[in-house]
Design a protein around this ligand. Structure first.
Ligand SMILES: C=CC1=C(C)c2cc3[nH]c(cc4nc(cc5[nH]c(cc1n2)c(C)c5CCC(=O)O)C(CCC(=O)O)=C4C)c(C)c3C=C
Ligand code: FES
Ligand code: FE2
Length: 399
């Protein structure tokens, strides 16, 4: 494989570098004016919201109808989502650590690829090519999902999009401008597809929970109930066999173990949208029930997202906790801080990425296995592509 023309000085380039570290996530509107575009991309995504043959008609209709309400929510949390700020910070701090721990793949260059907001996956890909990756010169890039637990509706959707753009921008079959030789030297992708029980992630959650526990008087601290809250899934996705509910539960169990099971806990699910059946118990009902029964000392812990977003800043802080107070919680229902800029969390990201790079991993074995109820050709093709990128090329890709 040809090497990339390094975009930085030769001195800092290791024998296998440079390496692009691409943080994948859903993204969020940076300003209230971007809410319409964000929702229209979200409702156009058949991997997240399958609307059948009417997707291109119904998607824009539903997104236009929801825009005013969601705009107000972003206005209430300060006018936009902080996800871009946190993602860029986390990625660049992680790359600084990797340059020290993994000099052979240095320099590590941070990129962010969002599914529904800027910078979009396409913006990231074009930037990679402009920076000297691909275009016949090869180079290595790691698609690092920022969802710790894998769902086909989140990480799966981002990987399908990445695979689609790779076909469009680098495949000789789709792009007549590329010769076969150039395609030979296209970007070598690997994927960090899930990390629900990474010890550093668990430590970072445990640290933030402990900080919040310490705001309660010592004599009642052990009787505070920990309410882990994750974005829910439609039951149709759960019943298809999506891995997310089991992986979220694995994170919760690992954090509970790290905390020594000193507090009782429940895992509950938030943010369901629309009239269909979603996985419960719902976070808001759970809090209301506990408070009504007299259990007011509750800590809400967002467990499936690594930075703040409307679901923490609006739904938990302004709706759920407000409701608890109205029912008499007297400020005793609180929220643990999101991971955001936690140095423990950033060290965990570097540790995870560092061993992925050192071990030349392609993706997890688990990624090859499709959901038992999956009928999507996109999933099949995407998995074939990413599984076939390296030494595991002949590993079971799936039916
Ligand atoms: C791990 C996190 C998430 C999963 C799993 C997830 C699945 C999922 N979401 C929808 C529909 C919507 N989600 C919306 C917003 C939204 N979703 C997540 C995370 C997960 N979603 C976040 C963090 C956000 C907010 C983004 C931010 O604040 O920056 C929305 C838009 C908001 C709204 O209209 O209410 C929709 C719609 C489905 C259908 C789904 C599983 C199939
Ligand atoms: S929906 Fe899970 S693999 Fe396709
Ligand atoms: Fe969502």
């Amino acid at each position: 494989m040809a090497t990339v023309v390094p975009p930085v000085t030769q001195d800092s380039t290791g024998s296998k570098g440079p390496t692009a570290m691409v943080f994948m996530n859903m993204g969020g509107p940076a300003t209230t004016d971007e809410v319409g575009d964000f929702l229209s991309r979200l409702f156009a995504d058949a991997d997240l919201i399958p609307l059948g043959p009417l997707q291109s008609y119904l998607g824009p209709l539903i997104s236009r109808r929801r825009t005013p309400k969601i705009k107000r929510q972003y206005a209430d949390i300060g006018g936009g989502s902080p996800i871009r700020k946190w993602s860029e910070y986390q990625a660049s701090e992680m790359c600084k650590l990797l340059d020290k721990t993994n000099p052979e793949t240095a320099p590590h260059k941070p990129y962010v690829a969002f599914r529904y907001a800027k910078p979009l996956t396409e913006d990231m890909y074009l930037q990679l090519l402009e920076d000297g990756f691909g275009k016949g010169r090869g180079g290595r890039a790691v698609a690092f999902t920022q969802y710790p637990q894998y769902s086909c509706s989140t990480t799966g959707s981002s990987l399908n999009e990445l695979w689609k753009l790779r076909q469009r921008l680098e495949s000789p079959r789709r792009n007549q401008n590329l010769s076969a030789a150039e395609a030979e030297g296209s970007i070598k992708w690997s994927v960090i597809d899930r990390w629900p029980t990474h010890p550093g992630l668990v430590e970072a959650f445990a640290e933030n929970i402990t900080k919040t526990l310490e705001t309660y008087p010592e004599d009642i601290r052990d009787s505070v109930v920990l309410l882990y809250s994750a974005h829910s899934l439609p039951m149709s996705v759960v019943n298809r066999g999506d891995p997310y509910p089991a992986e979220v539960a694995a994170t919760v169990w690992a954090v509970q173990q790290r905390l020594g099971h000193r507090n009782a806990y429940r895992l509950c699910w938030q943010s369901q949208v629309g009239p269909s059946a979603w996985l419960g118990a719902q976070t808001s009902d759970t809090v209301k029930n506990f408070v009504k029964k007299g259990q007011k000392d509750l800590i809400l812990i967002p467990i499936a997202f690594t930075s703040d977003h409307i679901e923490t800043l609006f739904e938990i802080d302004q709706e759920v906790i407000h409701e608890a107070d109205q029912l008499g919680a007297e400020g005793r229902t609180r929220r643990a801080e999101s991971l955001n800029g936690s140095p423990t969390f950033i060290k965990a990201l570097a540790d995870l990425a560092g061993s992925h790079l050192r071990n030349d991993e392609v993706c997890s074995r688990q990624m090859g296995l499709r959901c038992p109820g999956c009928k999507s050709e996109r999933c099949l093709e995407q998995k074939r592509f990413f599984m076939g990128q390296g030494v595991q090329a002949n590993a079971a890709v799936t039916l």
